[in-house]
Design a protein around this ligand. Structure first.
Ligand code: ATP
Length: 290
């Protein structure tokens, strides 16, 4: 095969808890990850040598700093491949948004290059390489609904979360994940999201149970620094969302709707009002291979 195109999906966190700060500076987390239908497209083509990247956005590096480059490098090296690859990225997932866009591109690259060169690595082998690039990469390799523990790399695949409509809005601010974790007072937090309860609600296909437990402990930091997040959350509720939450370290906000028309009307309003220039109306995705 000379060329192939694959999707790299974004995720939201239906629940996100931080358990403790580890000695190495990382944090132990407990999160419910969920793929949504917002995706980048990556086209992989074989080259004699080297790794090159082109993209339709001017906002990302195309050199060794791009996570696509890191993923291609690590896989080609670990399999002793002589050839190279060119990757063209069509960027749709908001950048530095809490939607794992970079991790998902890295995951799609590991899978895409594995296929392009017929390397025969298993998903588990790709996940082991992926965690060296980022803690969310192993999850992005499989997608769907999952409980992520450890630094995010210990995965328990869950049954599909109850179907619903998701309105995603990213305000025009960028949030550094590093800043958020550095300012999180883990020891001082007494109330934690009920991630075990959410897992049980997902296993029972109980949307109400999921909605009641939708919480993100990182809001304690990001919302304080950027009140616009709270405003968008509130606005989504006014417009009929059953619940709204910040995803990951932010600043993206998502609202869960159980009615298509209400969700569509809310989408139009949020777009018109301009607090969030990037707005999407989407659903939960279970199978990232379709
Ligand atoms: P997470 O939810 O995992 O914290 P995020 O959505 O907050 O991720 P990303 O969009 O993955 O953030 O990007 C974080 C940083 O990684 C950006 O500042 C960007 O410069 C860098 N980066 C490198 N490669 C990529 C890529 N292919 N796509 C997006 N960002 C990339």
């Amino acid at each position: 095969m000379k060329e192939l195109t694959r999707k790299a999906y974004a995720k939201i966190n239906l629940g996100l808890d931080v358990v403790c700060r580890l000695e190495n500076g990382y944090h132990e987390v407990k999160m419910i990850m969920q793929t949504v239908g917002i995706y980048d497209e990556l086209t992989f083509s074989k080259r004699e040598e080297g790794i090159t990247i082109s993209t339709d956005t001017g906002e990302l590096p195309t050199d060794g700093d791009n996570l696509i480059y890191k993923a291609a490098r690590i896989l080609l090296d670990s399999c002793g491949v002589q050839g190279g690859v060119h990757v063209h990225l069509q960027k749709r997932i908001p950048i530095a948004a809490g939607m794992a866009g970079g991790s998902s591109d890295a995951a799609a690259t590991l899978r895409g290059v594995n296929e392009l060169y017929g390397l025969g690595c298993t998903m588990e082998e790709l996940q082991k390489l992926g965690v060296k690039i980022g803690a969310d990469v192993p999850y992005c390799i499989v997608g769907g609904t999952a409980l992520a523990e450890g630094i995010g790399e210990k995965l328990t695949i869950l049954p599909s979360a109850p179907q619903c409509i998701v309105l995603v809005a990213k305000p025009a601010i960028s949030v550094s994940t590093k800043y958020v974790y550095e300012h999180l007072d883990v020891a001082g937090l007494t109330l934690h999201p009920d991630i075990d309860g959410m897992r049980a609600a997902i296993e029972e296909n109980d949307l109400q149970g999921v909605l009641e437990r939708m919480e993100n402990i990182l809001e304690t930091v990001t919302v304080q620094a950027h009140p616009v997040i709270a405003e968008i959350k509130e606005r989504m509720l006014e417009l009929g969302a059953c619940k709204s939450l910040m995803s990951g370290s932010g600043p993206t906000v998502f609202g869960i709707f159980d009615n298509q028309e209400t969700a569509r009307a809310a989408y139009e309003k949020i777009r018109e009002e301009g607090q969030a220039p990037e707005v999407f109306l989407t659903t939960l995705i279970q199978d990232i291979d379709l």
